[in-house]
Design a protein around this ligand. Structure first.
Ligand SMILES: [Zn+2]
Length: 447
């Protein structure tokens, strides 16, 4: 699988899953789910064994990006947000879709965990018989340029580049019967053999366990010749001082992966960690509200980033459009702030909602300010949720109304806008919460 032509079938598989009819039928929420989920069924086998070439990854990421933005594979498309930003986690300002590169590297990294966790299994013994006691991991001396050596190369690269430090895999010391004194990571950030290499070479049993060197309550180090002078004596003093800090000799030794929530290796945690390092970060984290549909969350994310195809934004990108005036009021440039906050249609709707909710909204101009205002409100969590859902429904329906006017589709009329907001917010809350909510109560007192 080293030649690019070998990966063409892999690209074709992705392409067939993200087909044209799905682009046309699905909304952005569904497309984002498919872009994320399609990984689960396509390519996982190959990516578990082989490092996918960068150019193949770029090709597939291009396909995924195009599908996400609703474009057909061979068409040109206006990309509103860089794909790397879409892939990034919510805390990094993205949508948490995750990169294929990180997925591939995390799947390969799992071999290191498997090898150490199942040291005596048959497959591990076979690998060691071929590549030596360390299976090529520590010395990087694999005996052939095959699949295993490439897996080891990829894992070692993650270590050397600092993306996944070596001490991520370490032992929490128990009785010490499973932990190798010199070669495993159990004290400090690196194995003792690495830090005290001169002493390690003087031990007659380089593969000894911690329990072999701790006998009857004290350390019992062994050397092929006495250490009585020179630098080795200084090293020994340091090692002894470090060993005196060790406190546990009870219970089971536990292998731990510090990137995992419960200390166990998972591809998901490792992948998120790699993505957080290799993907860019936007200025603000993504706000994701579980009470509103995915497509609306993505829409609000675009509002916050000012990446909607508004007339001003289209004109800034060099598109030749007839007018940049707001289609709702014809009284200002159609910008993000105007359409959702300053436009007289937005203001009149806001006044209706204030009366309906019996709540005074502040005169803010950014959706991020609205989030701060909601967070600081001294009301119950349930009320905050409801306000957030109502605001989301307001902007979503304003956008639908704007599109209805712009494209002359008559999907939503101005006189129906307020009712549509009340209906959207009610149905979102009702379908995503177990709370008992009656329609007539919602119309009277939503909060
Ligand atoms: Zn306007």
């Amino acid at each position: 699988m080293s030649r690019l032509t070998h990966w063409q079938g892999f690209i074709d598989k992705f392409n067939s899953k993200l087909s044209k009819w799905k682009v046309k039928l699905l909304l952005i929420g569904g497309r984002s789910t498919l872009v994320k989920a399609v990984l689960g069924s396509v390519g996982i086998y190959y990516m578990s064994f082989f490092k996918v070439p960068e150019s193949t990854l770029s090709n597939i990421e291009r396909l995924r990006a195009k599908f996400f933005w609703g474009g057909e594979p061979d068409s040109k498309l206006l990309i509103w947000i860089k794909w790397e930003n879409v892939l990034a986690s919510l805390k990094k300002g993205g949508l948490g879709i995750g990169s294929l590169k990180a997925f591939n590297l995390a799947l390969l990294q799992k071999w290191r965990w498997r090898l150490v966790a199942n040291r005596n299994s048959l497959w591990a013994q076979v690998i060691k018989a071929i590549h030596g006691e360390e299976a090529g991991f520590n010395q990087n001396r694999c005996k052939s340029n095959g699949v295993w050596s490439k897996i080891v190369g990829s894992i070692n690269h993650l270590h050397s580049s600092g993306i996944v430090p070596k001490h991520t895999l370490h032992y929490k010391l128990g009785c010490g019967t499973k932990v190798r004194f010199w070669k495993d990571n159990w004290s400090g950030d690196t194995p003792l053999a690495q830090r005290y290499n001169r002493l390690f070479r003087l031990d007659p049993e380089p593969n000894c366990m911690v329990s072999d060197r701790y006998v009857n309550g004290e350390w019992n180090l062994k050397w092929i010749r006495p250490i009585i002078y020179g630098r080795n004596l200084d090293y020994l003093a340091c090692l002894t001082s470090e060993l005196e800090q060790v406190i546990s000799f009870e219970g089971q030794d536990e292998l731990r992966w510090s990137l995992g929530c419960d200390g166990t290796f998972t591809v998901k945690d490792t992948r998120h960690h790699i993505d957080d390092i290799i993907l860019p970060t936007l200025e603000t984290s993504t706000i994701w509200c579980k009470n509103i549909p995915r497509k609306v969350n993505i829409f609000l994310w675009r509002v916050r980033l000012d990446r909607l195809p508004l007339r001003l934004n289209l004109s800034k990108r060099g598109l030749d459009i007839q007018s940049i005036t707001c289609p709702l009021c014809s009284n200002g440039v159609e910008s993000n702030d105007h359409l959702f906050f300053m436009c007289e249609v937005a203001s009149s709707i806001r006044r209706l909602i204030e009366t309906w909710c019996d709540l005074q909204f502040p005169n803010l101009v950014l959706s991020s300010d609205w989030k701060t205002w909601i967070d600081n409100l001294r009301v119950s969590k349930d009320k905050k949720n409801r306000i957030q859902v109502i605001m989301a429904a307001t902007w979503w329906n304003l956008w639908k109304f704007r599109n209805s006017i712009t494209f002359n589709s008559q999907n939503l009329r101005k006189c129906d806008l307020f009712d549509s907001i009340r209906l959207s917010s009610f149905s979102w809350l009702k379908s995503r919460n177990s709370i008992c909510l009656a329609w007539h109560d919602w119309l009277k007192t939503p909060l």
